[in-house]
Design a protein around this ligand. Structure first.
Ligand SMILES: Nc1ncnc2c1ncn2[C@@H]1O[C@H](COP(=O)(O)OP(=O)(O)OP(=O)(O)O)[C@@H](O)[C@H]1O
Length: 287
């Protein structure tokens, strides 16, 4: 088996008419390994959804190559589809069904589904198993969506902005669920606008802008983050906040301490993933 779960080469999707067309995906190269959580980041309109829909087999590409679990998603059939799990942004309409019934209906579509009780346990809905899906809160509803996405025991799970609208506690619980699925061997492609979510979950991140990948790296190394200068911040005697950008934060803090003694509100910080990401996107837009 190839070590890659998914690969694209020069992927292109053109929208519009013959007279006026543009490439929403414009020569995109992507490689996702088996067993990883890969985060796809990019501003609105960058081409994330279009790319993901091509990979899911829901949209035909205009050019380039794509291979997902060893098959061309445009040609692949039912047995391939049963190895893919999809959790869309908008939820399925299950109206009057309970959690257990919803899962049972979806399970019937797959050749080797997970046990329904196992999934209910995994998504933390044991005490809601007989509640109607329509009566669940947004966060619990989203857990059910994940349950429906994984009931078929997918090798590869597409998660599109999974925690939009969650409260902080629900997000933490949801992240634990995603990690445990991954630890059980599920490869995950995650799109999200939350940088902290991507930083916490993703082994590697791809930044997409104008239909192309700008960089793929670990969250720690993206955009030269580990080499970026540290920022020493403190409040001076006049109450003003002072910020010093330096490659030698230890020496700067020692010098400041020697000169001023105890400093008020002292922090030393590296740029966050969000700082780096916004820089990358900003640069690309001004080119
Ligand atoms: N069916 C379509 N027909 C024409 N243009 C489209 C179609 N779908 C998307 N587009 C355009 O293609 C570009 C990329 O859109 P896409 O939805 O893939 O971006 P995205 O990165 O997922 O954005 P978001 O973060 O807002 O979901 C946008 O300019 C969008 O308007």
């Amino acid at each position: 088996m190839s070590e890659l779960a998914l690969q694209t080469r020069g992927l292109v999707k053109t929208y519009g008419t013959r007279k006026q067309s543009y490439n929403a995906v414009d020569g995109l190269d992507l490689e996702i390994r088996h067993g990883e959580i890969f985060g796809l980041l990019g501003p609105n309109g960058a081409g994330k959804s279009t790319t993901v829909e091509i990979l899911e087999g829901y949209r035909d590409r205009t050019g380039g190559q794509a291979s997902v679990l060893g098959e061309d998603p445009q040609e692949a059939g039912l047995s391939w589809r049963s190895k893919i799990g999809i959790v869309l942004q908008s939820t399925n309409d299950l109206s009057d069904l309970t959690v257990r019934e919803s899962l049972a209906i979806f399970a019937a579509y797959y050749p080797n589904p997970r046990q329904i009780d196992e999934v209910i346990e995994l998504i933390g809905l044991a005490d809601k198993a007989d509640s109607r899906a329509s009566a669940l809160s947004g966060g619990l509803r989203r857990r059910l969506d994940v349950g429906l996405g994984i009931i078929g025991r997918p090798e590869l799970l597409f998660l599109d902005e999974p925690t939009t609208g969650f409260d902080p506690d629900a997000r933490r619980q949801f992240w634990a669920l995603i990690k445990s699925l991954n630890e059980q061997g599920t490869t995950i492609l995650l799109t999200s606008h939350y940088l902290d979510e991507v930083e916490y979950l993703a082994h590697r991140v791809g930044v997409i802008s104008k239909g192309q990948i700008l960089e793929v790296n670990t969250p720690e190394l993206l955009g030269g983050r580990e080499d970026a200068s540290a920022i020493v911040t403190y409040r001076d005697g006049a109450g003003q906040t002072v910020k010093i950008s330096t490659d030698e934060p230890t020496r700067v803090v020692a010098d400041l301490a020697a000169e001023h003694g105890e400093l008020s509100e002292l922090t030393v910080a590296r740029p966050t993933l969000e700082d780096i990401y916004l820089q990358m996107i900003g640069k690309n837009n001004s080119e």
